[in-house]
Write a protein that binds this ligand. Structure first.
Ligand code: PEP
Ligand code: MG
Length: 850
């Protein structure tokens, strides 16, 4: 027998088939993650069986039919060793063909094994290999083994016979032939269409390579204590330190995890026997190795091991699978112990997964009874009884019962119902529809555009695709994270805003170099924004303040006023309410910037759509019903989103903006008296022409001057515009000199750039995405090519005309890591997003700066 070192000499110097030693040239990008990891384990002097790594190049050639020197690979193994082959892709998430065990077994080795490990065990190994080889390598029909009966030698003989009948050849006895076949089939499997599509869906590039590792088998079967298992030092759900895993005597591969029956716990456990009791020394050694791997590989690892006659072998290590909560806990713990720097801890957490920590989620282990799907509009999950109106939602909430509000789409009239509901479901709408925006603001689980359920709102019923009917009072669950609707209740995991989360966010704050503000309309939103340490409010949609109880009627009275004078009189009554709103926002934000957007929507959005509401309004205003319906009809527009709204209202009905400006300034004076001076930001929506800004600015300056005189105060304020029409972006050079800031409203800007209704696009968006017309829903993922071009151009022209002007983005895209990267590259000062997306945005911003 050759000395093992000498035996490996042939492969040692070949970069395509490299014996894994402490020093060989092995990297993720040439041999894959598994080979790299095994090399690290060898460097740590862990008991790793002899391993040869085949490079991406070698495997690529194998797929084309050019075999490497297989004889030298076999020769590198100890004499007579059986082998296994496992995939080694660059990123373990990209998968790969399943491992093949016990290569090299043949009639002679079988007889030898009968002596060493017993006939029963030896026959089991050989039969498993014959059947696996026949199906995966020789590509024979799996049915051919259906008639194999019995166990042990009988089953083996039948399997070998079946192979011979089918191929008219003897089962290959030469280990080199067997290994060649296995390598070829694994290399080809990687190039199969479904494997390719699967890994590309996980982010793998089209030309992703596969490496393979050939490893000497450590038997988990035989005499003495033999078995295999996996161990990790943390709990995958919580990230808490706890030895977990399974061990199965007389087993190989991942049998211990698969079988359940007969497998043991690792540590001494009240639930049953454990490896710690069965093989205390191997267990001790194993936990020491695992701790060393954690420290040196700088990650929580799942260790795959085999015990062979009491002797421990470490076969492999992979980074542990973990929940979002666990990934935060693990990253923080590794940084705290000095194993990784804080920057790396920040990079280890996927920003989007933080949403799972911020909201209740359905337990992933729970079996879902899905009855419908729509657009995941606001994350989190909630169970409740079905209600079909805001009034019913409030009634149920008053009784302390959770409810799910179902509407065709929501309107301002539903806001109170949304506050009362645990979750919302709408038949229509997309990611920027009313229900979606309000839902995200409130942190309320919401699914919109549910087109596969039939809703009969007058009958208060909904019918699912499979014909099940649900009515008022029936219990359902809304999962706004996945966009699914479930029958009945579901097992939940609570939000986990623990100390680890807070600390990670603190570290993000230290490195991020683009600001993150929150879109906050109410004191509750502002408080959430403050709790998440947002850098101020980037968008306060003031119209949302008028939907509150008591105000809607006054608002409607204002809309119905015949003359400017009458309107001013009603606005006088709204003034103190608005002033109180702003005072509260300024106080909560404690000196941080608060950007208040003046009134934006078309006025008729505030009017009741249905007869009952119109009757109530006629009653409240003491008008004949016919007057009310006539006025509502007269105000309706063919295309309200492009009609009398935003600054167009400010120009034509100036009293509203004047009242709002006064409320802002009076609140500024009052709050500045008891603390730091407040410098409010006032934002004009839907601008498309310079003159609009000039007119509104003159009016607001006049209100500011009046309040300064009346209050004997000298406050400052900043005026800016929302860039949400393509023309505003194009004219930014002309408009910017009148502004302190430009904030891109990418919801409307996307709508207007595409000529695509943000409220109706949900109906056909999935078809468009499926057919590849759009890569993604542009209301969800910023269209960096088209809309992005307008952003860059607007920012450049604005800056050229007014150096130092503040540039930001406040559309729903503000919380997307990809949009934040775009804004940062374009030199924006900040992004603003829903309060519950602030942590995601802050982590994404930090990662961009690292
Ligand atoms: C926008 O249009 O991007 C925006 C932030 O305003 P809203 O969603 O209120 O129209
Ligand atoms: Mg807008």
């Amino acid at each position: 027998m050759l000395h093992p070192k000498a035996k490996g000499a042939a492969v040692q110097n070949d970069p395509d088939t490299t014996l894994v030693t402490a020093t060989g040239p092995i990297a993720n990008v040439t041999h894959g993650g598994r080979a790299k990891c095994l090399q690290r384990l060898v460097r740590l002097d862990l008991p790793v069986p002899r391993t040869v790594a085949l490079s991406f190049d070698a495997v690529h050639k194998i797929a084309k039919g050019e075999m490497p020197d297989v004889a030298s690979v076999v020769a590198a193994m100890p004499d007579g060793a059986l082998m296994c082959v496992r995939p080694s892709s660059q990123d373990p998430d990209w998968g790969g063909p399943g491992a093949v065990l016990n290569i090299g077994i043949n009639d002679t080795r079988f007889e030898e094994l009968c002596d060493s490990i017993g006939e029963e065990a030896a026959a089991r190994l050989y039969t498993r290999f014959v059947q696996g080889y026949s199906i995966n390598v020789a590509r024979l029909d799996p049915d051919m083994f259906d008639d194999v009966s019995g166990q042990g030698r009988a089953a083996l003989t039948q399997s070998l016979r079946a192979y011979e009948i089918e191929t008219e050849e003897q089962f290959p006895q030469d280990p080199e032939v067997q290994l060649t076949g296995v390598l070829r089939s694994m290399a080809r499997a990687w190039n199969g269409t479904s494997a390719r599509l699967l890994r590309q869906a996980k982010g793998a590039p089209a030309d992703a390579g596969l490496g393979l590792v050939v490893q000497e088998m450590a038997f988990g079967v035989g005499n003495g204590q033999c078995g295999s298992g996996v161990l990790q030092l943390v709990d995958s759900d919580t990230g808490l330190r706890q030895i977990t895993g399974r061990y199965l005597s007389q087993s190989q591969g991942r049998d211990a995890l698969a079988s359940g029956a007969g497998s043991l716990y690792l540590t001494r456990d009240a639930r049953g026997p454990s490896l710690e009791e069965l093989a205390p020394e191997a267990f001790k050694e194993l936990t020491e190795h695992a701790a060393l791997m954690r420290r040196k590989l700088r990650a929580e690892m799942q260790v795959e091991f085999v015990i062979e006659d009491g002797k421990l072998h470490i076969l492999d290590g992979v980074v542990v699978a973990r929940s979002s909560r666990a990934s935060v806990k693990i990253a923080v713990a590794l940084a705290d112990e000095g194993i990784i720097p804080r920057e790396e801890a920040l990079m280890r957490v996927e920003p989007r997964t933080l949403t799972e920590l911020l909201h209740r989620q359905i337990d992933p282990r729970f079996t879902r009874d899905v009855i419908g799907r729509g657009i995941a509009a606001s994350p989190g999950a909630a169970t409740g009884r079905i209600v079909f109106s805001a009034t019913e939602a409030q009634a149920l909430a008053a009784r302390g019962e959770a409810c799910i509000l179902i509407r065709r789409e929501t309107s301002p009239e539903d806001i109170r119902g949304m506050h009362a509901a645990a979750g919302v479901l709408t038949e229509r709408g997309g990611v920027t529809s009313h229900a979606a925006v309000i839902g995200r603001g409130l942190g309320l689980p919401c699914v919109v555009g549910v087109s596969d359920i039939k809703f009969n709102l007058s009958k208060k019923q909904m019918t699912t695709k499979d014909g099940r009917v649900f009515g008022e009072g029936d219990e359902i669950t809304v999962d706004g994270s996945s966009g699914t609707i479930l029958a009945g209740s579901a097992q939940m995991i609570e939000a986990a805003l623990d100390e680890n989360f807070t600390r990670l966010m603190g570290w993000a704050e230290d490195v991020a170099d683009i600001g993150v503000r929150a879109n906050a309309d109410t004191p509750a939103d502002a408080q959430t924004a403050r709790n998440f340490n947002a850098h101020g409010i980037g968008l306060c949609r003031t119209e949302h303040m008028f939907f509150e109880q008591g105000r809607l009627t006054v608002m409607r009275e204002m809309i119905f006023a015949e003359t400017g004078e009458d309107r001013r009189a009603v606005l006088e009554r709204l003034l103190p309410m608005q002033r109180d709103d702003f005072k509260e926002l300024f106080r909560i934000m404690q000196g941080q910037s608060v950007c208040i957007r003046l009134f934006d929507p078309p006025l008729h959005e505030f009017l009741p759509m249905h007869k009952a509401g119109q009757r109530e309004l006629a009653d409240a205003l003491n008008l004949p019903l016919s007057d009310v319906t006539r006025r509502i009809e007269a105000m309706s527009e063919y295309n309200p989103m492009l009609g009398l709204r935003g600054v167009r209202l400010g120009v034509t009905v100036p009293e509203i903006y004047e009242m709002q400006a006064r409320a802002i300034f009076e609140a500024t004076v009052e709050v500045s008296r008891d603390g730091d001076p407040v410098v409010p930001e006032i934002m004009i929506p839907l601008v498309s022409a310079r003159r609009e800004v000039e007119l509104v600015k003159t009016a607001i300056d006049a209100v500011a001057a009046a309040v300064r005189t009346e209050q004997d105060s000298s406050f400052e304020y900043r005026l800016g515009i929302m860039v949400e029409t393509p023309r505003a972006a194009l004219m930014a050079g002309e408009i910017a000199p009148h502004c302190a800031f430009l904030s891109f409203g990418t919801n409307d800007l996307t709508q207007m750039t595409y000529g695509l209704s943000r409220d109706d696009a949900g109906r056909f968006m999935s078809d468009y995405v499926q057919q590849g017309v759009f890569a993604e829903d542009p209301f969800h993922m910023l269209d960096t090519q088209g809309v992005g071009e307008l952003l860059k151009l607007g920012a450049e022209r604005g800056r050229a005309a007014q150096p130092g002007i503040t540039i930001s983005l406040c559309g729903e895209h503000g919380g997307n890591p990809e949009s934040i990267a775009f804004c940062r590259d374009a030199g924006f000062d900040y992004v603003s997003c829903s309060p519950f997306r602030v942590p995601v945005a802050r982590l994404a911003a930090a990662q961009l700066a690292i």
